[in-house]
Design a protein around this ligand. Structure first.
Ligand SMILES: Cc1cc2nc3c(=O)[nH]c(=O)nc-3n(C[C@H](O)[C@H](O)[C@H](O)COP(=O)(O)OP(=O)(O)OC[C@H]3O[C@@H](n4cnc5c(N)ncnc54)[C@H](O)[C@@H]3O)c2cc1C
Length: 389
């Protein structure tokens, strides 16, 4: 078949290089990592070694100085190859927080090592068990005592800690009762995980539906040096929000990689599987849902590139980033269902890889932002409807 999915675009050269690298990590590799609940170390090392994870780090710090557009192609291609960028995406957006709000000393200290792969900044700790999406109510506190902040509290669903050297932590530095606005009084810190774990920080893995390393975290008088505060004390929530547009757009690109993977897998199978003496794809009941999934994916892709272009031009893109994430996550989930249905019983067999990708792409409806919260953003910020919380 000549048809190419996704349709070739101006990033073809970059896509070919990524496909060549990702091609070394085939379905069997990802299935084995999934079955072992392991971390794709060899893949992450190769991706880092080739410089792809440093795409957005400026050249002065050893990165490639590329934009969100190119970074999104990296994420898309990982998932389109059958891989799972959930193992690595954190670094792409976490380092943006450091880049935008870190001091010159912090940037010099960390960014070149992150670019070279010596250090991994894969983790960001925001979510808490008792407050969930209502982030401003978080209960973890960081109290300044001399040249240290002393941290107490609890986080949940904090990913990639066991495969990271550094973590960005959001904690309350001024009690909620003492701030004018609930979004004030929180701060972000860069935590050296090797020093913190066992010294006031305890990590408990959470077994979950996908092979996604994620954890409960407990802080009991963890001491963080004051020089690890990023930016100005009390402005941390704003800094986290600043990074969300990049995060949402990159996640949209991952969903698109999945969606194209599902559409491609479904059309290939529908062409080759013969039942009732003809390929199942000859039945419109089978081919229309695949066509529908492709149309939805292509449409979502346009919003992803719109969001990337605005971000790279330094223009506001909150609406586009949220809508891209919404559309792409919807497209990938619908394509996943279609692909599974097209495969009939074989869709459930590990060997076909559909069930693994199906589980992986379901996560995007909930994390890093749930669909309802995107509706809420669009309703309030784009359509001027009253705030509901
Ligand atoms: C595998 C995994 C990895 C993750 N990794 C990280 C990580 O690395 N770092 C991190 O900080 N967090 C991480 N998270 C957390 C993730 O961001 C949250 O799970 C997500 O934001 C939803 O929060 P919650 O689970 O507390 O749901 P809740 O806030 O309890 O919400 C539950 C449901 O109710 C809905 N809901 C809640 N309030 C409203 C409302 N006002 N209106 C309408 N609907 C509402 C939500 O949309 C959701 O569907 C991860 C989660 C998972 C599952």
């Amino acid at each position: 078949m000549k048809t190419q999915i996704p349709t070739p675009d101006e990033f073809q050269e970059m896509r070919e290089a990524l496909r060549s690298l990702c091609g070394n990590y085939d379905a069997k590799y990802w299935q084995e990592v999934d079955a072992a609940r392991g971390y794709p170390e060899a893949f992450v090392d190769a991706l880092t070694g080739a410089g792809w994870l440093a795409a957005m780090i400026p050249t002065e710090y050893g990165g490639s100085g590329l934009g969100l557009t190119e970074a999104s192609v990296v994420m898309e291609e990982i998932n389109f190859s059958g891989g799972n960028s959930g193992a690595v995406h954190g670094q792409m957006y976490n380092m943006g927080t450091l880049l935008r709000h870190g001091s010159p000393e912090q940037k010099q200290q960390y960014l070149p090592s992150i670019a070279s792969g010596k250090l991994r900044l894969q983790s960001m700790a925001v979510t808490e068990p008792t407050t969930g999406t209502d982030t401003t109510q978080l209960k973890t506190t960081a109290v300044k005592k001399g040249d240290r902040y002393v941290v107490n509290g609890q986080k949940v669903w904090i990913s990639r800690i066991q495969h990271s050297d550094l973590m960005i932590l959001l904690a309350r530095t001024t009690p909620l009762s003492d701030v004018r606005k609930k979004s004030e009084g929180m701060s972000i810190f860069i935590v050296d995980l090797k020093q913190a774990i066992g010294q006031g920080m305890t990590v408990r893995p959470i077994m979950n539906m996908v092979n996604h390393e994620t954890n409960e975290v407990f802080f009991d008088n963890l001491e963080i040096p004051v020089e690890n505060l990023i930016g100005t004390e009390g402005q941390g929530f704003k800094y986290i929000l600043d990074g969300l547009n990049a995060e949402r757009t990159l996640i949209a690109a991952e969903c698109l990689g999945d969606a194209y993977w599902f559409v491609n897998k479904a059309r290939l199978y529908a062409n080759e599987r013969v039942v009732f003496n003809r390929p199942i794809g000859q039945n419109q009941g089978v081919q229309f849902p695949i066509a529908d999934a492709y149309i939805e994916t292509e449409a979502a892709n346009l919003m992803r590139f719109k969001s990337c272009a605005l971000f790279d031009a330094g223009k506001p893109c909150g609406g586009e980033a949220n809508m891209a994430k919404y559309l792409a996550a919807k497209a990938s989930w619908e394509a996943a269902n279609v692909c599974l249905q097209t495969h009939g019983g074989f869709g459930f067999a590990h060997e076909y890889d559909v069930e693994r990708k199906f589980r992986e792409t379901r996560l995007y409806q909930v994390a890093p932002i749930s669909t309802n919260l995107i509706y809420s953003y669009v309703a309030e910020h784009l359509l001027g409807l009253p705030r509901s919380f």
